[in-house]
Design a protein around this ligand. Sequence first.
Ligand code: NI
Length: 169
Amino acid sequence: MIHPIVKYGDLVLERPTQPVEKFDGELETLVADMFESMYAASGVGLAAPQIGISKRLTVIDVSNGKNPEAKIICANPEIIHSEGEQREEEGCLSLPGFRGHVLRPQFVTVRAQDASGREFEMRGEGLLARAFCHEIDHLNGTLFIAHLSLLKRDLIKRKIRKMKKAGEW
Ligand code: NI
């Protein structure tokens, strides 16, 4: 089932999430829904709060659905190692139309659980490292605009306020 993506302004996006404790059929359905919703919105990552569910769960596919092996499910992920730097433009499905350059590590190692609760570690480079950081930020209630300069962030917030008033957000 495709869920609508929650947009900036909804407090669920700014609250830390609750750990995933039950690895059951319900979680599998949620994961499938998250992939479906992410592909429908042409995203490369989606965190559960972005469909209104405050759980420590994210799905990532930097191949954009082209490679089934690129599908990653992370329950309760933590970054256990990071290395290097990259500064690239970043966007977010919850902030459509806005982008900004964000400094992230070039390499990130994540420890997480899969949909059946099995623990795994995965190292990502470049876009995947960026996706890990961006999605785990979501699970901590942080959006990418938090990493922009105060000036840039305020500009975006002001534009969104205007759009809201006009009924365009
Ligand atoms: Ni995002």
